[in-house]
Design a protein around this ligand. Structure first.
Ligand code: CP
Ligand code: NVA
Length: 304
């Protein structure tokens, strides 16, 4: 049974899934292809976009989604994840999980005999990355340019690095040394990028990174779970704020992206996030189209 836990699980299928997402957006796919199917959505952390895109997406595909918050289900009281997976596997057709620990999702997927979809862990956010590349495809028309991520080498950064490598898009991370992306993910991204003739660059030089960029991307400096380090992180990241001065170094038609939620005045200035280069709401809308594509692909197409 195939699951989507990491961008690595779809290393050679990213473009196919993006095409399905574009087709959904254009209304080209049969109505209600997942009629009668049930998706359980487990959330160990808060969510707006992920929850709504999967819930509305499942409704539009003809199925039903169940919102299961950690606070309400027995998982939150210590029921083993493996028991939860086995039980849910007998009642629903797929599970989306937003988990604190990536390894928990890996364990969960081993025990389940239905597709498991990663809706964010400490290591990756593959569904976000798919929506992001759909947005790049729409605004740029191709993946030939330079994608620059500023700030924390976190879950979102890890998945973006991998997906850019899969699509052959040059990817640069501008981050303090202490906050570089996950080492294993960097290795994998370098391997994939090499096959696709693209580059992965990790630097602490924001201005060099910004030069001639086609896409700017940033995420919060304090992710869910990092709250205890908030004060230190604000100091460590202050030079990595996306601001007009950096936009001026990029290509004239650079787009600004952010997975949201954003904190204006921290990782990005209001001038940039609310300015003419920003595509953040197209990006947020694309969560819906991309997540429909993910559910369709894993819960129907791969099973046929
Ligand atoms: N970008 C994202 O995953 O948003 P939520 O935390 O609101 O789901
Ligand atoms: N890096 C952020 C992304 C939120 C969508 C977090 O993990 O909190």
């Amino acid at each position: 049974m195939r699951s989507l836990l990491s961008v690595l699980d779809i290393e050679n299928e990213v473009e196919k899934i993006l095409d399905i997402a574009s087709d959904f957006k254009a209304g080209k796919i049969e109505e209600k292809p997942l009629e009668g199917q049930k998706l359980a959505m487990i959330f160990q952390k808060s969510s707006t976009r992920t929850r709504v895109s999967f819930e509305v997406g499942m409704y539009e595909l003809g199925g039903t989604a169940l919102f299961l918050s950690n606070k309400d289900i027995q998982l939150g009281r210590g029921e083993p994840i493996s028991d939860t997976a086995k039980v849910l596997s007998r009642m629903v057709d797929g599970i989306m999980i937003r988990a604190i620990e990536h390894n928990d999702v890996v364990e969960f997927a081993k025990e389940a005999d239905i597709p498991i979809i990663n809706g964010l862990t400490n290591l990756e956010h593959p569904c976000q990355a798919l929506a992001d590349m759909l947005t790049v495809k729409e605004h740029k028309g191709n993946f030939d340019g330079k994608f620059v991520y500023f700030g924390d080498g976190n879950n979102v950064c890890n998945s973006l690095m991998l997906i850019c490598a899969c699509l052959g898009m040059d990817f640069t991370v501008a981050c303090p040394d202490k906050y570089q992306p996950n080492e294993k993910i960097i290795k994998e991204a370098l391997r994939i990028a090499k096959n696709n003739n693209s580059t992965i660059t990790i630097t602490s030089d924001v201005k060099e990174a910004a030069k001639d960029a086609d896409v700017f991307y940033t995420d919060v400096w304090v992710s869910m779970g990092d709250e205890a380090e908030a004060a230190q992180r604000e100091l460590d990241f202050k030079d990595y704020q996306v601001r007009q001065e950096l936009i001026d170094l990029a290509k004239e038609d650079v787009i600004f992206m952010h997975c949201l939620p954003a904190i204006r005045g921290q990782e990005v200035t209001s001038e940039v996030i609310d300015g003419p280069h920003s595509v953040i709401f197209d990006e947020a809308e694309n969560r819906l189209h991309a997540q429909k594509a993910v559910m369709y692909y894993f819960m129907k197409e791969l099973l046929n």
